[in-house]
Design a protein around this ligand. Structure first.
Ligand SMILES: NC(=O)c1ccc[n+]([C@@H]2O[C@H](COP(=O)([O-])OP(=O)(O)OC[C@H]3O[C@@H](n4cnc5c(N)ncnc54)[C@H](O)[C@@H]3O)[C@@H](O)[C@H]2O)c1
Length: 267
């Protein structure tokens, strides 16, 4: 899986903040060449200062823009000799609101970034992944892809979509020797998490607030392992089992939880 003759590389979308940033820092520390891409130029500049110019490529990229992706991937490819060990399709946006109260424009933006952005990125990365022994295409899905989450229904649906895509690609891409897997994170301590969600997080268990460093370590494990789904924290695997065997129980529990939320501001 590893090569002794060349520097390994990772391409990260949404690298300026949260889990993408933590992953960029960890992989740079491990000696990988880091391609860090985001809409947020200021965030990329501070990441660049921390990582050091020689250890990375830093560029503005809107994941919904195919031309942006082609240009970024061409620049990355030129630096790595056409190889890419790990494509981390991580960029995503939140978007809370009851289904019929969320504006159409807001909902479409969530679909564009969280689903179409992932499709575009994987298509752009595939030639490089195919050219690289042991490569991995890793997508940041969500625990909201385990059971449809009320209050963030469209967001949750996009995360189901990428989970389904990854499952299918993990089979299709075997013919190229390219692996595909996803992260299913619970509540991670990043700017994306709303204040009410953060406030609701218990001290322990599967819905505890997880620091971004733990997620970066899981990305490292994902490259060196062979799981299809990476639950963060691991207890979410039990939740997934319950969803499969007792979906109506989960529905009733979630309905009771929803009833405790007085307004959409509580989501
Ligand atoms: N924070 C959580 O609790 C949580 C839980 C499960 C899944 N996730 C998912 O994890 C991923 C990373 O989120 P995070 O929590 O680190 O959030 P974050 O807001 O800290 O980072 C997301 C980054 O994506 C960038 N981005 C947004 N739209 C973009 C676009 N169109 N093109 C390029 N970059 C864009 C943002 O500028 C930001 O830097 C997302 O896909 C998110 O849905 C988050």
């Amino acid at each position: 899986m590893t090569s002794n003759t060349r520097r390994q590389s990772i391409f990260i979308t949404g690298a300026a903040s949260g889990m993408g940033r933590a992953t960029a820092l960890l992989f740079a520390q491990k000696g990988w060449l880091v391609g860090a891409y985001d809409l947020d130029n200021a965030g990329l500049a501070s990441l660049k200062a921390e990582i050091g110019e020689g250890n990375g490529l830093f560029g503005r990229l809107d994941v919904t823009d195919r031309a942006d992706f082609s240009a970024a991937m061409a620049g990355f490819s030129a630096a790595t000799g056409g190889t890419l060990d790990l494509m981390f399709s991580n960029a995503g946006i939140g978007g809370a609101g009851l289904f019929d109260e969320q504006s159409w424009e807001d909902a479409m933006q969530v679909v564009s970034v969280n689903f179409l952005g992932v499709m575009i990125g994987i298509r752009a990365a595939l030639p490089l992944l195919r050219a690289t022994t042991g490569s991995l295409c890793l997508v940041n899905s969500s625990s909201s892809a385990i059971f449809g989450t009320a209050g963030i229904s469209v967001y949750s649906a996009t995360k189901h979509a990428v989970r389904g895509l990854v499952e299918a690609l993990s089979i299709e891409f075997k013919r190229y020797g390219v692996r595909a897997s996803d992260l299913l994170p619970g509540l991670i301590d990043t700017p994306l998490l709303s204040d009410p969600m953060r406030a609701m997080a218990p001290e322990e268990g599967m819905w505890r607030l997880v620091p971004v460093g733990e997620v970066a370590q899981v990305v490292w494990s994902a490259y060196h392992g062979d799981k299809l789904h990476w639950y963060i924290p691991e207890q979410l695997r039990d939740f997934h089992r319950q969803v499969v065997t007792e979906p109506e129980v989960v529905r009733e529990e979630r309905t009771a939880l929803m009833a405790t939320m007085v307004t959409t501001d509580d989501i």
